[in-house]
Design a protein around this ligand. Structure first.
Ligand code: BG6
Length: 361
């Protein structure tokens, strides 16, 4: 049942405020400025002894894990990184006893992720799952973890589950941070930020007519560049993946800082750039990148917290805490991908050559 929407993708984008509400519900502890994640199966002493966190997933779940790794480093100061599970399992990885492994999957059935988890467990590693489907293979195989509570996701390309997975990582990061050295004041700041998310998501979704207009404007592009820096980079990667999957327009994501080391050579009017420009400590750096693109007559669509003078168009999103901004900044670009695909007559819920979950080798 699409509840009045023309596609599941549109329905699932529209459901994100309530989905985020669900992942937060019952978990916030205001007294200690932390969160409780019932199924983690990691006591405080164990949580303190974690030296490193390695996050594994595929596709959109991998991108959610990249933002998750940044949240864990920022809030819990534990070195963390994400890697495609499909790569990890083929490279005889060093499995370190002080590393906590986190497997991310919407379906909980993706074979590359499951195989990585099984190999890790065989070698004695501790593996948590950040999974949407309750009771799925990865959820069962993991030592513990947390459910993402996005609800059923039908469209092959993931939208609401991506957002909820990142929020689940914010909860995990806050939990680990408050066991280690995140202050009560910072814990409160993050909790207040999390509580603002659902209202801000609905605010972003109200801009759909404007985003649709922009999508029609850029739908003739053969290729698009997506750029962002640090917190904005995984947002750019996920937005680029979304556009590719659903519209079949070639898109490439690059760190804005690397533009001058190569991709600037591609910039011309026929290749538009989508830039993620949060109001954080890198704002001036990001503005300089926009200037570089403008000087080469590149068309720019910015997603930002304030109007960007160098951009041809700016989609303004509400500001949250710096650490949580990546959760919001990709949402308008889900609608951008959707409306581009709609304009091009694509099979939105079932893009060619793709499956919702790849349960084979
Ligand atoms: C892909 C899907 O094959 O699997 C992607 O087409 C998805 O949309 C990826 O992100 C990973 O799936 P899951 O269920 O493990 O998150």
């Amino acid at each position: 049942d699409m509840g009045g929407h023309d596609t599941y993708m549109h329905k699932e984008i529209a459901e994100q405020a309530e989905a985020v509400d669900r992942v937060l519900r019952g978990r916030i502890d205001d007294k200690f400025a932390t969160v409780h994640l019932g199924g983690l199966n990691l006591d405080p002493r164990e949580a303190r002894s974690v030296r490193r966190i390695k996050i594994l997933g595929c596709g959109t779940s991998y991108h959610a894990g990249q933002i998750g790794a940044q949240l864990i480093e920022e809030l819990a100061r534990i070195p963390a990184d994400a890697e495609p599970a499909s790569e990890f399992r083929y490279r005889n990885p060093v499995v370190d006893p002080d590393t906590l492994y986190v497997a991310v999957s919407q379906s909980g059935e993706t074979y590359d992720v499951l195989a990585a988890v099984q190999e890790l467990k065989r070698k004695g590693a501790r593996v948590l799952g950040v999974v949407n489907v309750v009771g799925s293979a990865i959820a069962r195989e993991a030592d513990g973890g947390t459910y993402v509570h996005a609800g059923p996701e039908v469209c092959v390309v993931s939208t609401k589950c991506f957002t909820n997975t990142v929020v689940a990582f914010a909860l995990l990061a806050l939990h680990l941070g408050r066991i280690r050295d995140l202050s009560v004041a910072d814990g409160r700041r993050i909790i207040e930020g999390l509580r603002r998310l659902p209202g801000q998501i609905d605010e972003i979704l109200k801009a759909e007519p404007e985003i649709k207009r922009l999508a029609l404007h850029f739908a003739d592009a053969k290729s698009m560049l997506f750029i962002g820096r640090v917190r904005g980079y995984p947002v750019a990667r996920e937005a680029s993946l979304k556009l590719k999957e659903v519209s079949y327009i070639h898109a490439e994501a690059y760190p804005a800082s690397e533009l001058k080391h190569g991709p600037l050579a591609l910039v011309e009017p026929a290749m538009p750039t989508v830039a993620i420009v949060p109001d954080d400590e890198l704002l001036e750096k990001n503005r300089a990148a926009l200037e570089e693109i403008k000087a080469r007559s590149g068309r720019i669509l910015a997603v930002a917290h304030q109007e960007q003078e160098k951009a041809d168009h700016t989609i303004i999103v509400p500001k949250n805490e710096d650490e949580l901004d990546p959760i919001l900044m990709g949402i308008p670009l889900q609608l951008f991908a959707y409306h581009t695909a709609l304009a091009l007559g694509r099979d939105i819920d079932k893009p060619r050559n793709l499956a919702k979950s790849v349960t084979v080798e």
